[in-house]
Design a protein around this ligand. Sequence first.
Ligand code: IVH
Length: 347
Amino acid sequence: LSLEDVIDADELVAWSNRVEAEIGSDPQYLSELKVDGVALALRYQDGELTTALTRGDGRSGDVVTANALTIVGLPPRLPPRWRERLPGRPRSIEVRGEAYLSLPRFRELNRLREEAGLPQLANPRNAAAGTLKTLDTAAVAARGLSLFCYQILGLDGEETGLATHRDEMAALGELGLPVNGFLRLAEGAAQIAAHLAELEGLRDGLDHVIDGAVIKVDELALHPSLGATAKAPRWGLAFKYAAQEATTRVRDVVLQVGRTGVITPVAELEPVLLGGTTVQRATLHNWDEIARKDLRVGDAVVVAKGGEIIPKVVRVLVGERPADARAVPSPQRCPVCATPAVRPEGE
Ligand code: IVH
């Protein structure tokens, strides 16, 4: 399954009210990071990593065992007395987590792609997904995928016997699996909201992209009784932060020519701090987009980064347009080879 997304405090309160009404008391909740990557299921049989699968569409994914074994910090085998850490003593377990590319690794990958004349990857999630599908395992290892684990299940009808999600995270760590250190225990919606605000403050300093936080009912025995919709369990929730925005000015619009000859207009901006990085360029996609936004060189614009790393121009502040703002004509010729530029009907 997936998780239900909410974007504001009211929806969070509505969810916790539903949970509390359902179980008839006030449970404890845990908040943790929602890393934006690719969900993996890792099967350990008798302590050996035998299979790694991507979540795919939730029913079928890809077997990516060799690639997963290159993940930094993922143990191919659990420590000798691993079963003693799990009260149910299962022989086989499935560990679930999110594989991702850290921001430094992602930037390096895009730098190499630029050198090779390949298009930029828009965000680390796409980069992680593409990396896991790569057939050359040595190339995958060079990319340096990371992992953050958040669930452990017994297989073949056996249980882990763990009572709380807190204990689940502690067990994962003790079995040598990578877990994230941000984990906050809350008594109700007000405390959860405080933890979400704390995390939002830390967000820009993280070395990876998060698209929000995940909130879970801590006591695992309550999960089945809370049930699920067709898409998502009711014991958990994804809280998505709003896209980060900043205002700046368009200095120029330059033409980028891709390998296939497609010309893309790119805005060069007055540098502005956004989501922990200085933004100086934003893609404008094409001339329809420029016309739709009525964007001109010299305009003040709002730029945003959602889950995407390459920022977008969200809107033009037309009221702040200087008298000398100039329109961006579509090119007559390719800026690289001077061949006449063409625009096929409908493209
Ligand atoms: S728990 C029923 N915890 O977000 C699914 N998921 O929107 C329960 N994710 O498929 C998943 N960080 O790929 C969980 N700390 C976290 C997570 C997390 C990222 C991803 C995961 C999941 C998706 C759900």
